[in-house]
Design a protein around this ligand. Structure first.
Ligand SMILES: C[C@](O)(CO)[C@H](O)COP(=O)(O)OP(=O)(O)OC[C@H]1O[C@@H](n2ccc(N)nc2=O)[C@H](O)[C@@H]1O
Ligand SMILES: Nc1ncnc2c1ncn2[C@@H]1O[C@H](COP(=O)(O)OP(=O)(O)OP(=O)(O)O)[C@@H](O)[C@H]1O
Length: 284
């Protein structure tokens, strides 16, 4: 089974409070984009989880793919089932586009089918959130207005424009941003209808810029072309464009020191679309 594992954008990100355990209450709209890693799953009968290739600097046992597979292990129908997973990585790490979380969710979805665990999507999301706050959105697979730490999801259908996405050459630590003393943590909550009509801002921007001059440069460069936004805690910044051609024109002038992609917004995760097709093809 081969599945895409897409990135997400936070169309805005408001921080409305801080919990005693250090996690933050937030409001955001998540949307998927068609920039994806690819995961290939091969069933084995050896009671093992194996993963290739290694991600540089990440031990296999720390890889969210491996951790997600291990979470599902007790739910296998057949206790000798194993899995070999092969990862083709395209999504930059530390970009705020949720690559690791997406990989974990894709693994949960694939193995739930291959190992016949028969867990519901909310049950998989509950397992996933123990590994990361961004995993439930990728498990549920629809664009959403999110609250809580990112797990209370209401389905929404924002516009699906082309985006120009830039990745400055730095890696932002989400933990560092969320522990910064000066992070705004008291943005008043807004209603979903307000969020859909008027959008919002990203409370992390000021702190991310303070720690990462590369993000500051890319953000203000892109802002010259329109309403540029930071996704998550960065480092990626993005701009919704009127058309593919407009995105391409701006991309042609983008300084070469930044990676750039033209991608499309999607309100259904490409993982879910591909998994549905796989299930239809493999039904007796
Ligand atoms: C910034 C976002 O990407 C927005 O979608 C997410 O909120 C972050 O999600 P994530 O990377 O899956 O987050 P986790 O791996 O659970 O946590 C990374 C770090 O961010 C902090 N964190 C994360 C989510 C949240 N709502 N409040 C937090 O304070 C955690 O304390 C942790 O130190
Ligand atoms: N399969 C994986 N893919 C990417 N990163 C992984 C994976 N497994 C573990 N990680 C760790 O997670 C960290 C964050 O990677 P990720 O691609 O999710 O970045 P991100 O989008 O900025 O994350 P977030 O905003 O969710 O913190 C990486 O630096 C890496 O140490």
């Amino acid at each position: 089974m081969q599945l895409p594992s897409p990135a997400k954008l936070n169309l805005f990100l408001h921080i409305t409070g801080r919990r005693e355990n250090g996690y933050h209450d937030l409001q955001t709209i998540f949307q998927f984009i068609d920039l994806c890693d690819t995961l290939e799953f091969t069933l084995t009968n050896d009671n093992q989880v194996t993963l290739t290739p290694d991600i540089e600097g990440v031990a296999t046992t720390d890889n969210l793919i491996y951790k997600a597979a291990k979470l599902l292990f007790p739910h296998r129908k057949n206790s000798t089932s194993g899995i070999h997973i092969s990862l083709t990585k395209q999504l930059p790490m530390g970009g705020g586009i949720g690559g690791g979380s997406s990989n974990a969710a894709t693994t949960l979805l694939a193995l739930n089918t291959l190992w016949e665990c028969q867990l519901s999507l909310p049950e998989l999301a509950d397992l996933g959130i123990t590994l990361g706050a961004d995993i439930p959105i990728f498990v549920m697979g629809f664009s959403a207005f999110a609250e809580g730490v990112g797990e209370k999801l209401q389905k929404v259908e924002p516009k699906t424009p082309y985006y120009l996405l830039l990745k400055p050459d730095c890696h932002v630590s989400t933990g560092q941003i969320f522990t910064d003393k000066y992070l705004t943590r008291d943005t008043p909550p807004i209603k979903m209808s307000h969020a859909l009509e008027l959008g919002g801002h990203n409370d992390c921007l000021e702190i991310v810029i303070k720690h990462n001059p590369e993000v500051e440069e890319a953000y203000f460069w892109l802002k010259n072309h329109g309403d540029a936004k930071l996704t998550g805690t960065g480092a990626c910044v993005f701009l919704a464009c009127e058309s593919f051609l407009e995105a391409e024109k701006i991309q042609q002038n983008t300084p070469k020191k930044w990676q750039s992609w033209i991608c499309r917004g999607f309100n259904t995760s490409p993982t879910h679309t591909a998994l549905k097709e796989w299930v239809e093809q493999h039904q007796n």
